[in-house]
Design a protein around this ligand. Structure first.
Ligand SMILES: Cc1cc2nc3c(=O)[nH]c(=O)nc-3n(C[C@H](O)[C@H](O)[C@H](O)COP(=O)(O)OP(=O)(O)OC[C@H]3O[C@@H](n4cnc5c(N)ncnc54)[C@H](O)[C@@H]3O)c2cc1C
Ligand code: SF4
Ligand code: SF4
Length: 479
């Protein structure tokens, strides 16, 4: 057989990347060794391809076709779907919101660009003690991997400060997020929501300034989904709210850039403790974390402020940290790695528009001190669902009606977020020697108060034991 180049035929093998689900079947069947699969990217070597079409016959999703050179795929009429609510994003925020809305009787459609919910994970998988109760979920052994009793914080000079849960009822948890997210989707589906995977929302549909639906691409086709309310639950890579005209873009200085390994063979002191390491040398503007999942597995990662780094990537910082702790990592190896961005700034200014609500990371609802967002994503999802269900019943999905969501958020969890932001702005400006001094004087109870937004005890402690830092702290932490 001659290759395409040799025959001079004006046809080419076309790969529809929106449909390809990276199964690799075509690679195995190709007699000319013309296809290579690099994780999620299928590449064709046109020098080798003979256009035998074996791969086309074999592909389970019709992602391959032969097309004349430079031809464009034929334009298709967009199909029309209808729902009361379309939720863009099946992360923790989207699925909890979809579950509650479906339980209220609404017709809910959830779209997600992933072909597998929960994968890849961009997460260290730690959640706060009250998370499941607030989200209305029963913990399940399939995804609850470990219970955490203590957090150990290391100052730049290695001084540890431990703080534990106030009572045994208040364990933190480590979850298996890939299973957890599927579990949340299952609950929403059982409540009546419908899911469309590998479906990317590419635009919002507007009519006279009101959001009326979204345009999605799914497996090579385009669809319009008309809905009374669109919920933007599309995470840190959110574009729905932006397209609807809301200002949700974060500045570079307000982002944490993260890199993480899940490792096996990690030897840490205690499986029921999480470990956090601070200092400019290990993680400028952020921290290194070690979160045990049980059975020597652990998420080991770093988050840094990109504008503070000195020419090194987060991966380089993490690799250096691991190399510098042979006692913990000498027999460990990565079984997975991932990266991601975490918004560590205040909430987006506006969470609603006519026919639109923004929840979870898409609205930057992340604890600025810890970078944790799962709990807040689910709380915001529930709150938005409650307000959306009432708005649907009233037949008024305008901005004023939906802004009850923003009011309730600001009056509740938003208040603690504002306090955490003040604390973050204070700690962000501390030099390593000041962090070392804090580690000498801080106690578990004071740290617990700080985490809950109570600053008085901390300020008193500073006045007594680190007076040089007190005015600085008052400036940032005063209400
Ligand atoms: C490295 C790292 C570690 C972290 N560790 C923790 C931790 O230990 N604990 C914690 O609480 N938080 C952690 N977080 C933060 C946490 O992951 C997020 O706050 C949380 O995922 C927010 O949930 P969400 O549902 O808002 O968004 P996501 O979980 O990001 O879900 C958004 C969904 O929308 C989909 N989507 C996006 N755009 C589109 C589109 N156009 N069309 C269709 N679908 C779309 C995505 O595929 C995704 O499934 C971490 C983040 C990172 C990056
Ligand atoms: S058309 Fe034939 S030669 Fe070309 S990539 Fe497919 S299987 Fe391989
Ligand atoms: S067989 Fe189809 S779906 Fe599988 S990798 Fe090839 S093009 Fe993609």
């Amino acid at each position: 057989m001659h290759s395409l180049k040799e025959t001079g035929l004006k046809e080419r093998l076309r790969i529809d990347r929106g449909s390809c689900c990276y199964c690799g079947a075509c690679v195995g069947i190709c007699p000319a060794d013309a296809l290579v699969l690099r994780e999620t990217e299928l590449r064709l070597d046109e020098e080798k391809c003979t256009l035998c079409r074996f791969c086309i016959v074999f592909c389970p999703v019709e992602a391959l076709s032969v097309a004349p050179e430079q031809s464009l795929p034929p334009a298709r009429e967009a199909d029309l779907l209808r729902a009361d609510v379309v939720v863009v994003g099946a992360g923790p925020a989207g699925s909890i919101c979809a579950r509650d809305l479906a339980r209220s009787g609404a017709k809910v459609l959830v779209v997600d660009k992933k072909q597998e919910i929960g994968t890849p994970k961009r997460c260290a998988e730690a959640v706060e003690p009250d998370t499941f109760e607030l989200a209305g979920i029963e913990p399940h052994p399939l995804w609850l991997t470990n219970r955490i009793r203590t957090a150990v914080l290391y100052a730049p000079n290695g001084t540890p400060v431990s703080f534990g849960a106030r009572s045994l009822k208040e364990n933190g948890f480590i979850i298996e997020r890939k299973i957890f997210e599927k579990h949340l989707a299952k609950d929403a589906i059982l409540a009546g929501a419908q899911y469309m995977l590998k479906t990317t929302a590419v635009d919002v549909i507007k009519d006279a300034g009101r959001v009326k639906g979204v345009v999605v691409e799914q497996m090579g086709g385009r669809k319009k989904i008309m809905a009374e309310i669109v919920i933007a639950a599309d995470g840190v890579d959110s574009m729905i709210a932006k397209r609807a005209g809301l200002k949700t873009v974060n500045r570079l200085k307000d982002f944490m850039s993260c890199f993480q390994y899940e490792m096996a063979g990690v030897r840490h002191a205690d499986e029921q403790s999480i470990y956090l390491y601070y200092g400019n040398a290990v993680a400028p503007g952020g921290y290194v974390w070690l979160f045990p999942k049980g059975n020597t597995l652990a998420n080991v990662g770093v988050g840094i402020k990109p504008l503070k780094k000195e020419g090194k990537t987060p991966k380089a910082y993490l690799d250096e940290f691991i190399a510098g702790h042979p006692r913990i990592f000498e027999n460990a190896s990565a079984v997975e790695f991932n990266g991601g961005g975490v918004p560590v700034h205040r909430t987006a200014e506006t969470l609603v528009a006519d026919g639109l609500m923004v929840i979870g990371d898409a609205a930057q609802l992340v604890n600025p001190i810890t970078g944790g967002g799962i709990r807040l994503a689910m709380i915001s999802g529930r709150l938005a669902a409650d307000v959306a269900a009432r708005a649907l019943r009233k037949g008024d999905v305008g901005r004023r009606s939906l802004s009850d969501y923003q009011r309730r958020w600001d009056a509740g969890h938003g208040k603690l977020m504002d306090k955490m932001l003040k604390l973050q702005r204070f700690t962000d400006r501390l030099a390593d020697d000041e962090l070392n001094r804090l580690a000498e004087i801080l106690t578990g109870p004071v740290l617990e108060d700080l985490a809950e937004g109570r600053f008085l005890g901390f300020l008193k402690l500073l006045m007594k034991k680190a007076p040089a830092l007190a005015p600085f702290a008052v400036k940032y932490l005063r209400s």
